[in-house]
Design a protein around this ligand. Sequence first.
Ligand SMILES: [Zn+2]
Length: 414
Amino acid sequence: MAEHTQPIQIDTEILQQYVDALGCIGWQAVGGVIRPVFSTAWVQAREQVAEWMRAAGLEVRGDAVGNLFGRLRGGDDSRTILTGSHLDTVPLGGKFDGALGILAGLVALRSLLEQAGQPRRSLEVVALCEEEGSRFPAHYWGTRGMLGTIQADELERLRDDQGETISEAMRTAGLAPRRYREAVRQDLDVFIELHIEQGRILFDERINLGIVQAITGLQHQWVTVKGRADHAGTTPMDLRRDALQGAAQMAIELSRLVEQEGRPAVVTLGKWEVKPGAVNVIPDEVNFSIDVRHPDEETKQRLAAAIRARYEAIAQERGLAVSSEITSESLPSGMDSALQSVLIQAAETCEASWRAMPSGAGHDSQEIARHLPTAMLFVPSVEGRSHSAAEYTTPEDAARGATVLATALHRLAY
Ligand SMILES: [Zn+2]
């Protein structure tokens, strides 16, 4: 590793120009970016990033599943140090989610080439695709292509809302879906992703950077509460078996239970159905979703069990029936501690304040970390806004993040 203790200077102006220009591709008059994977806007954005990669002196290559790479060859070109993030957005998303990680990586590699010349080990920046799962039910598509975890049947099985299969959409975008296995990479040593925090911890605490320790795990449950439908006028309150009253009490008590656990535990009951759904009928069935998250698997399981015990007890007290199913579950993903140290050292070299923190949102890094040492660097989101046109990171914060990223990559590759 280089013993260099100077920060690598990045071109702040060009980073901001790139962020603004990329944010215009897919920008809507109502506010927000719509850049779903394999769409016209996505193709245009990818071509623009490729042009910037070439201008930075990188070798540009696209793979079979839709990822785009810019490579800075090292003296030893056998392995790769990878950085980057995703190019796709959620519907009416912001200019920074994903995009900033690609552009910070691109500008970092450009600065390294200018200031330090050819690296000892090869560096690459990647624009990954379909991280969000906004168009196809295919989270982390590009990442999974790279890791070799795409299943053959997904190509014809996964469809968007218009009924188009992912392989048709790929062909429209000029890709060759049948060759998806060629996207697999065996040469990756480490991955570092810069990303906006998408929460407000760094913003509130006025801290420059977050060094991610683990990406949260989650469990989704779909709960059904059953009571009895009766006349809203003739049934006294003390004789009712109202499914909604029970479910409402569950919602309040579950939230309280997770509040008592404290940060970073979170629970959200975001989707509800009330049946029969009439003004003058006592609800006999309520369905609701539970999304519970924690970056420690044991704690997550303990919370999920406590939540279940609580709603079962409430149902029993009220003479209601309750059943549930787990509809989705993911394990927390730990970030590599040696790479975290490299980021901390780089932050200190650049005189940036930092704190260790978990990520409550999912990222490409969580999949990549299951295969190779991975780390994430968060920059502040103003007021924690994200997945919205209001998403914003100041030019100073973005540039500081890119500087720390460049300094860390210098330490790893030179
Ligand atoms: Zn993202």
